[in-house]
Write a protein that binds this ligand. Structure first.
Ligand SMILES: [Zn+2]
Length: 288
């Protein structure tokens, strides 16, 4: 009888596992392959391709990533610092796209190039579409690494949430598509597969972070808010950057050329260099 119970338990586990066996990476591959032969511009419409998933696949995805507690900038699993005591800082520049966010801050980028300052660029699919030539130039410059800032610039959540008035994704499959739409686009355009993800607004719930991790992406926010969405004055940008410590990750924006971001960065960076800081890519260190 005891053996029968063990056998029964084993069978339940096997059946249970096969139901839960739907892998988020398979889902991603599914999306990838459905776009393999299309034009890069078509990647923008990834969410409309959702219906390619069967109900069974959606159900499994929902079951696998179902617990979500917090919705904020710093939920479990979000990285905000480089794991080092060295005097290094990682500048991250967001390029958000959309009606009011598709500019190109040439002054900021030209300054970084002139001063040989490395930065990691989180680029959204909509920004790429609006700035294809600039995007390809940035991607080919070894000073910059290109990472994933989402397809439609949505906060990531498996349920409806709002951050700064922006509607989040509302289901697990939308989370996957928000990540993978741009992931496939960047990979197709540059040959580089991003390792890091930052959502539009930098808000997440824990289930979404787990989904990103299972898609081989680390979720990266910041320890220094450099320009508050490109709204800070020159002096505030400068002062924020000067609060950097060893291993800081700084968030700035490179899509608002009329902002004070470039002016503040230009003042802060020479001071940080004189203090002995070096500027590195996220990928140069482990994150914490
Ligand atoms: Zn953004």
């Amino acid at each position: 009888m005891k053996y029968l119970n063990v056998l029964l338990l084993f069978c339940i586990l096997i059946v249970g596992c096969s139901v839960n066996n739907f892998n988020v990476r398979n889902h991603a591959n599914h999306i990838k392959s459905s776009f393999e032969k299309s034009n890069p511009e078509d990647y923008y419409n990834v969410p409309s391709k959702l219906e390619l998933l069967s109900q069974l696949e959606k159900d499994a995805l929902h079951k696998q990533y179902n617990t979500t507690n917090n919705f904020s900038e710093n939920v479990l699993g979000v990285k905000t610092m480089l794991h080092t005591d060295e005097k290094v800082i990682a500048l991250t520049l967001d390029a958000c796209g959309g009606e009011y966010g598709s500019g190109y801050d040439e002054t900021l980028i030209d300054f970084l190039i002139a001063e040989n300052i490395k930065a990691t660029i989180f680029v959204n699919a909509r920004w790429i579409d609006a700035n294809m030539e600039e995007f390809l130039q940035l991607a080919s410059n070894p000073l910059f690494t290109i990472e994933n800032h989402g397809t439609e610039h949505k906060p990531l959540s498996i349920r409806s949430n709002y951050a700064w008035g922006i509607q989040s994704t509302t289901s697990q499959e939308e989370v996957v598509n928000e990540i993978m739409g741009n992931q496939v686009k960047i990979t197709k355009l540059t040959g580089y597969t991003p390792r890091y993800f930052r959502s539009g607004t930098a808000y997440y719930d824990e289930a979404s972070v787990k989904i990103a991790n299972d898609l081989n992406l680390e979720v990266v926010n910041f320890s220094i808010n450099g320009d508050a969405g490109a709204t800070f004055s020159r002096e505030r940008v400068k002062q924020s950057l000067l609060h950097s410590t060893n291993g800081s990750i700084v968030i700035l924006h490179m899509n608002q050329p009329s902002s004070n971001t470039a002016a503040g960065v230009k003042e802060a960076i020479p001071i940080l260099i004189s203090q002995g800081y070096e500027f590195v890519h996220l990928s140069d260190y482990e994150l914490k």
